[in-house]
Design a protein around this ligand. Structure first.
Ligand SMILES: Cc1cc2nc3c(=O)[nH]c(=O)nc-3n(C[C@H](O)[C@H](O)[C@H](O)COP(=O)(O)OP(=O)(O)OC[C@H]3O[C@@H](n4cnc5c(N)ncnc54)[C@H](O)[C@@H]3O)c2cc1C
Length: 397
């Protein structure tokens, strides 16, 4: 009994990809009397965000994109469905909001803390964007609700100029706006609207994509399909009344329908903890995943400031590293350097339309060499989308 009382508490903030995989890995690696495992998630629902890409084209059933977090966690993990309001690193405690909003807040002590709280979208950072989104001239697919509204807007669209733009870097899933553009082009063609639609892809970078090899693959595809590509276009403002997109570079373009990736920031709790940078990203050691200067505090997934894609795959690989480090700390053994050091690994697919895709795989040292798009990679991605619930959250892969 004494052992149970004294066992250290590992608190994980966030039940997305990273937090859920980590909790389940720890539940497998550590005995129940070695550590108490606590996961706090503000919604209690686990969302499969990659599915939002397909919603505007009726390519996914929204019901398949959400599961209760409890159903994905091993029994011994204590789940709190509550928002962490405050992190006090001095007293090693968290303040949890009362889910009903009327009761008292709760304090939770931790010995080890992991931020897996993800990123948030911040449309308010582009003047005019909140108004354009409310008006319905601009849309985004970075929330389920947004993706569903976009589906209605595309359904009602008949002709004109569709602009696909990026509101700021970094953002989740870097290939997503390119994938969306390719899928949109194929969708318009299928509906017989392609000849009546001007389609433009705006990139804030000097090329279509951050990574050169991916850009070299995407740029000819855009050109081949008659999609205009505008590089060095950093969106600074939207005039929702005149439907104008303005850039830092002094350009101005009129659109009929704007699809924009809103600017992203780290989850508010990271900002409020006082540990994050001005954009809400946590300064994170690129190998150990410890929050810099904070012993016993780790970060993984979108909330980090690591120079890798904000992606579910990065969060997944990082969870294994944090699990090894925490297991070693609890068992007072040395860290296995092969398992306990993140090498920057990311693996994702990029849809290129017409039931084809490519695969993007890289790490800190090795840039990706994406293969020629083909049906095989598209099929792989479709299978992964279906198998996600059985493979990833339970940490079976
Ligand atoms: C349209 C789209 C397409 C994508 N496609 C891909 C893809 O093909 N491949 C890929 O690898 N990735 C893709 N991603 C990215 C991927 O979904 C994210 O990178 C991934 O979900 C990040 O995992 P995470 O655990 O860091 O954060 P999340 O999964 O976002 O989870 C964070 C959790 O923390 C909770 N939380 C936040 N603050 C608090 C608080 N204060 N208290 C309690 N809980 C809190 C949130 O509610 C949430 O449940 C895509 C994303 C989008 C939007």
């Amino acid at each position: 009994m004494a052992n149970v009382i004294q066992r250290p508490t590992i608190a994980i903030v966030g039940g997305g990809v990273g937090g859920t995989v980590l909790a389940n890995l720890l539940a497998r690696q550590l005995d129940e009397d070695e550590a108490r495992l606590v996961l706090i998630d503000q919604s209690g629902h686990h969302l499969y965000q990659p599915g939002w890409l397909y919603l505007p084209f009726n390519g996914q059933d929204p019901e398949h994109l959400e599961r209760s977090e409890r159903s994905l966690l091993r029994h011994r993990i204590d789940l709190y469905v509550s928002r962490v309001e405050q992190v006090d690193v001095e007293t090693r405690s968290l303040r949890l909001a009362d889910p009903t909003g009327v009761g008292p807040t709760e304090r939770l002590h931790y010995d080890y803390l992991v931020f897996a709280s993800g990123a948030r979208i911040a449309p308010e950072e582009v003047p005019g964007l909140p108004e354009a989104l409310a008006q319905g001239s601009a849309h985004q697919f970075y929330t389920q609700e947004g993706a569903e509204r976009l589906r209605q807007a595309l359904h009602a669209f008949h002709d004109g100029h569709i602009a696909v733009a990026i509101g700021g870097i970094p953002y989740k899933c870097p290939p997503a706006p390119l994938e969306f553009t390719f899928l949109l082009e194929a969708y318009l063609r299928k509906r017989g609207l392609r000849e009546r639609t001007k389609l433009t892809y705006y990139s804030p970078l000097p090329r279509a994509f951050t990574i050169e090899s991916v850009s070299e693959l995407a740029a000819p595809l855009l050109a081949e399909r008659g999609i205009e590509s505008r590089i060095f276009f950093n969106v600074t403002e939207i005039d929702h009344q005149k439907r104008l997109l303005r850039s830092l570079e002094g350009e101005e373009d009129r659109y009929d329908l704007l699809v924009i990736v809103p600017p992203h920031r780290g989850a508010l709790i990271a900002e409020q903890s006082g540990l994050a940078d001005a954009q809400g990203w946590l300064p994170t050691d690129r190998a150990t995943l410890e929050v810099k200067g904070q012993e016993g505090i780790f970060a993984l997934g979108d909330v980090t400031d690591l120079p890798v894609s904000k992606s579910g795959s990065a969060a997944h690989f990082e969870a294994a590293v944090v699990a090894e480090r925490l297991s070693a700390a609890i068992r007072m053994r040395t860290v296995n350097p092969r398992e306990g050091c993140y090498d920057g690994r990311v693996m994702c697919f990029m849809e290129t339309g017409y039931a084809q895709a490519t695969r993007i795989e890289f790490d800190y040292e090795h840039p990706p060499v994406p293969p020629k798009p083909g049906w095989f990679y598209h099929l792989e991605k479709m299978l992964f989308n279906k198998a996600y619930w059985y493979l990833v959250p339970p940490a079976r892969v």
